[in-house]
Design a protein around this ligand. Structure first.
Ligand SMILES: Cc1cc2nc3c(=O)[nH]c(=O)nc-3n(C[C@H](O)[C@H](O)[C@H](O)COP(=O)(O)OP(=O)(O)OC[C@H]3O[C@@H](n4cnc5c(N)ncnc54)[C@H](O)[C@@H]3O)c2cc1C
Length: 596
């Protein structure tokens, strides 16, 4: 198979042309082709980015996806990618530089600062963003969220870019082949809610603008439901996954669903292909240039959680059922190494859960709103606070792990519940009673009684709340400094004064929900170099084997500098891998060697 490489691409100014002769992408219809330049395992952010960029660099690309839907965990996500010094920051009037980002990462990661990988990330991230925006459906806007350790030097806000909402009808019938978002985060089963919708929705019955916004949203959704049988406005991670899917189709990528990769084929120490199972039959596929592992880590694998997640018995993962570590297992079987010494092996989040009568588990990740809002606290089994509740989800759960807390409770009063909601129990006008009846919400007339109901000493809990209230009324938290830093203030309610993050818990009845340690993804992955090439135990790089997304060990060793610290590296190393594959073909051609 011959490969034409375009002249070196300057992604800032030049769009890359796709060979017009290539057949349009097709799905599920097997063309009899079993040979591609690049085969990608998994259709989340890492895999799809590598696939799109490789296709735009004129390579033939196949993406195999094990489940019947494309998008992976990416389609569940908040859709924010952390890309320091990106051009959208400048549009928002925020100055940043590579140097400041490096200072921040050095301060945040300490001994875990991996210079080679982070330099590759900082050098390529802004360029990747421009390249994808110029050559695909991807389109982002900077969001004002501060970095998660805003007290560290070099920290900024607006380094996270959010995928712009996407009209799902652009995918035509293939919209149903895109993974839907977590149902606990949607309304009326398929109305997706963006971060920017939350405040207006909360104010639907309090302000005219809230009412207008909500009415428009619901009317628009009703129209979509009537015409398409579902909501078609995709937001957040679903917009990102939808945009990646559409971009892959446009770039001529071949996409196979229901196709599980299970073996990397190695010949003369070079990776030459992949064995997949498609519709019950095994097939060997030839990858002329490279195989890219992007199967999205192992959150759904109980055995691996047991090994890698603290408090594993109580730990709940939000990853889709297909994410069981296949890419890692295939890499290890071929001689690669799984990194086992990260300080954190997941993107952690507190999770609340309810099991319905039919056995269905509903899991709610507390990554936004309630935990951050003024008028709630979290207590350990002794009835005492143990953390700045408005800290990042990562630090909240890592504190639980360090203190051996397998279950804690969020406490609030009725005014809080009706205004902000608590997990699955949504704010007014949603009813409260069903959640009390099924045991998700624990209700009591006094704080003491609430303590007894959740199994903590009532007097201790009452003393905790009294002390919190005394200081919260003045906008202070001498115990955990909640509301002192830019991040916890930003995440709170700007209208609450004197501190957006703090308010007393006063008006009965009082409520509690149980929070367990959980994850948004695993992050322990294969050892790679800064070009995303998978490394053997002796440190040498495999020829033709790359790992991106969660199959690549976390660039930050599992520490979490900011919102978007998975999707940002996922996009960037997907881009780096594809460029590296193209460059290695080019180098061979220049050296006069056959291209494969
Ligand atoms: C609720 C939630 C919110 C989040 N918000 C954010 C956020 O805003 N920013 C951020 O940075 N991160 C966020 N995350 C984390 C982020 O979504 C993931 O870390 C990221 O999407 C992982 O991307 P990936 O490409 O590695 O894997 P995935 O997106 O999971 O894709 C992997 C795909 O590979 C497929 N696969 C598995 N095994 C095989 C096989 N053998 N053969 C073929 N295919 C296979 C899977 O089915 C899956 O479709 C969030 C996660 C959750 C759950």
């Amino acid at each position: 198979m011959s490969v034409f490489l375009p002249a070196p691409v300057d992604p800032f100014v030049q769009s890359v042309c796709v060979a017009q002769s290539r057949d349009a992408a097709f799905i599920d219809g097997v063309p009899g082709l079993s040979e591609f330049d690049v085969i990608v395992v998994g259709s989340g952010v890492g895999g799809m980015t590598a696939a799109i960029v490789a296709a735009r660099l004129d390579m033939s690309v196949l993406v195999v996806e094990k489940t019947d839907v494309f998008g992976g965990t990416t389609a569940y996500s908040g859709g924010v990618a952390w890309i320091p010094n990106n051009h959208h920051m400048k549009e928002a009037g925020v100055e940043d530089s590579r140097e400041e980002a490096e200072i921040y990462l050095r301060a945040t990661l300490g001994n875990h600062y991996d210079a080679a990988k982070i330099e590759a990330f900082l050098d390529n991230g802004p360029e990747m963003l421009r390249f994808l925006e110029a050559n695909s459906e991807l389109d982002f806007v900077a969001v004002p969220t501060p970095d998660y350790l805003p007290w560290n030097p070099g920290s900024k806000h607006h380094r996270g870019v959010l995928a712009r909402e996407f009209d799902g009808t652009k995918l035509g019938e293939r919209l149903n082949q895109l993974r839907q978002p977590l149902d606990v985060l949607t309304v009326f089963s398929s109305m997706q809610v963006a971060g920017a919708d939350i405040v207006p929705l909360r104010k639907a019955f309090r302000t005219f603008s809230g009412f207008v916004h909500t009415t428009r949203m619901v009317t628009r959704y009703a129209r979509q439901k009537l015409m398409h049988g579902r909501g078609t406005r995709l937001v957040s991670g679903n917009a990102l996954a939808g945009r990646l899917f559409k971009s892959a189709l446009d770039a001529g990528v071949t996409l196979w669903r229901n196709t599980a990769a299970h073996e990397v084929l190695v010949e003369d120490s070079r990776v030459v292909g992949l064995v997949v199972n498609r519709d019950g039959a095994n097939m060997s596929l030839v990858a002329e240039r490279a195989v890219v592992l992007a199967s999205g880590g192992f959150g759904a694998n109980a055995e691996m959680r047991e090994k890698f997640m603290p408090l594993a018995e109580h730990h709940v993962s939000l990853q889709p059922a297909g994410n069981v570590g296949d890419g890692i297992a295939m890499g290890v079987a071929a001689g690669a190494q799984l990194v086992e010494n990260n300080p954190a092996n997941g993107i952690f989040t507190p999770v609340s859960m309810i099991r319905d009568a039919d056995g269905t588990e509903r899991k709610f990740p507390h990554i936004m709103i309630d935990r951050y809002m003024p008028g709630s606290i979290a207590v350990d089994p002794s009835g005492r606070r143990f953390v700045n509740e408005a800290d990042s989800y990562q630090n909240f759960v890592m504190t639980m792990q360090q203190k051996g807390l397998s279950k804690v409770h969020m406490i609030a009063d009725r005014a809080f519940l009706r205004r902000y909601g608590m997990g699955l129990a949504r704010p007014f006008p949603y009813p409260v009673r069903p959640w009390v009846r099924n045991g998700y919400l624990i209700e009591a007339a006094s704080i003491r009684e609430l303590g007894e109901r959740i199994g903590v000493d009532g007097n201790t809990l009452a003393a905790t709340v009294a002390r919190f209230n005394e200081h919260a009324a003045k906008g202070e938290d001498p115990d955990f400094k909640r509301g002192d830093d830019a991040h916890s203030r930003f995440r709170g309610d700007a209208e609450n004064q004197p501190n957006p993050s703090l308010a007393p818990i006063v008006k009965p009845p009082f409520y509690a929900i149980a929070l367990l340690p959980g994850d948004l993804s695993s992050v322990a992955g294969l050892r790679t170099d800064e070009r995303a090439r998978v490394l053997r135990a002796d440190g040498s790089a495999f020829e033709g084997l790359y790992a991106v997304g969660l199959d690549m060990n976390s660039m930050t060793s599992g520490l979490y500098p900011a919102g978007g610290s998975s999707l940002g590296p996922g996009l960037t190393f997907g881009y780096i891998a594809a460029r590296d594959i193209a460059a290695s073909v080019s180098a061979k051609r220049d050296a006069g060697a056959p291209a494969s």
